[in-house]
Design a protein around this ligand. Structure first.
Ligand code: NAG
Ligand code: NAG
Ligand code: NAG
Length: 325
């Protein structure tokens, strides 16, 4: 009789130690707002001598980037917002609880309750935590495209719920594909025109707070074009005169002035004032302080950028009466 009861006790103990643990249930996937508190229960049966771990991974990438949050009843790192508890319920059932206070958007992820049942095997169950938060637009750099070429500009944002993305232009200018708004995250320009260059807005909206807007610069590169407001300039000897070139081109255009094949330099006789009016428009004014007889004739204004160069001819004519500036 004694032997039997001893065997029975042994049997129970052996069974208890080698019994297969089971995760009976885990809290349902949860959606909360920032600042809320959450409680995850992982109900386990027959855990025996095994240990339970709480781990976390990202919602987007369920890769190997698991972070250990707690082992049994002990937190792996001290975050005052985390609490871990164990509640024995009898009959081999234990509730392991992981709670988080004052939820941040960064708490989003899968919370995994995991037990190593052997060297190689583990059983897991997970709960997805989604945190409602306004969109965040991923870093987006200016785009460059040569005129006539194709451009695909993609704007990406995350947030929960998943934001919708649209594109607009500064000052409500018509979009390259027509209309004032383009829905979707991809702005496609099939054949870029210089007028397609400028500031665009990528707008991400998920109805949590205000839509989030980001300025996206699109630069269309084109060879310089010169316009000369006044190709024929008249002045009397001994007086000051100015020759002007207006240039459009992108990227940065450099302008130089020539007379009789010689490049003119700023100094006593000449002053060259070149100013950028906008990212694609540059003005250059050549001032001749005191016109003398050999200054009459042709002048060339030469504009160059990486896509090419162009020159324009201006002519200084002798005049009897001084023209005021
Ligand atoms: C977690 O378990 C406790 C104790 O059994 C219970 O009071 C609570 O409602 C449970 N919470 C969730 C989210 O299941
Ligand atoms: C469970 O197994 C994993 C992978 O083999 C190991 O990294 C981890 O430390 C184990 N956990 C426990 C509590 O033994
Ligand atoms: C204008 O500048 C370009 C590039 O520097 C040069 O190749 C070209 O010869 C210049 N034109 C004149 C008229 O000097």
């Amino acid at each position: 009789m004694r032997t039997i009861s001893l065997l029975f006790v042994l049997f129970i103990r052996v069974y208890y130690v080698f019994g297969v643990p089971e995760i009976v249930s885990i809290t349902d996937d949860t959606v909360v707002s920032e600042g809320d508190n959450v409680v995850f229960n992982c109900t386990v049966k027959d855990i025996g001598a095994h240990s339970l771990e709480w781990k976390k991974t990202n919602l987007e990438s369920i890769d190997d980037s698991e972070v250990l949050l707690a082992l049994r009843g002990t937190l792996n790192f001290a975050d005052p917002r985390y609490t871990v508890n164990i509640f024995p319920k009898g009959d081999g059932v234990v509730i392991y609880r992981f709670s988080i206070k004052k939820i941040h958007a960064s708490d989003m992820g899968y919370y995994i309750c995991s037990i190593n049942v052997s060297q190689k095997e583990k059983i897991t169950s997970s709960v997805a935590l989604s945190v409602k938060h306004s969109p965040v637009i991923l870093d987006i750099r200016p785009f460059h495209v040569a005129e006539g070429q194709e451009l695909e500009a993609v704007c990406e944002a995350y947030g929960y719920p998943i934001p919708t993305i649209s594109w607009k232009r500064e000052n409500d200018v018509i979009m390259p594909g027509g209309g004032r708004v383009l829905n979707g995250n991809t702005l496609m320009i099939t054949k870029a025109h210089r007028l397609d260059g400028g500031n665009y807005f990528c707008i991400a909206d998920n109805n949590i707070g205000e839509p989030v807007v980001r300025i996206v610069r699109i630069n269309v590169e084109f060879a310089p074009v010169i316009s000369v407001p006044c190709p024929k300039v008249f002045q009397a000897e001994g007086y000051l005169t100015k020759l002007e070139c207006k240039v459009k081109g992108y990227p940065s255009v450099s302008i130089s002035w020539y007379k009789s094949g010689v490049q003119l330099q700023g100094g006593e006789k000449y002053e060259i004032l070149t100013t950028d009016n906008s990212y694609e428009s540059t003005n250059s004014v050549l001032t001749i302080s005191q016109v003398c007889n050999k200054d009459y004739g042709d002048y060339f204004c030469n504009a160059t950028n990486k896509l090419g160069h162009v020159e324009a001819r201006l002519n200084l004519w002798k005049w009897i009466v001084p023209i005021p500036f």
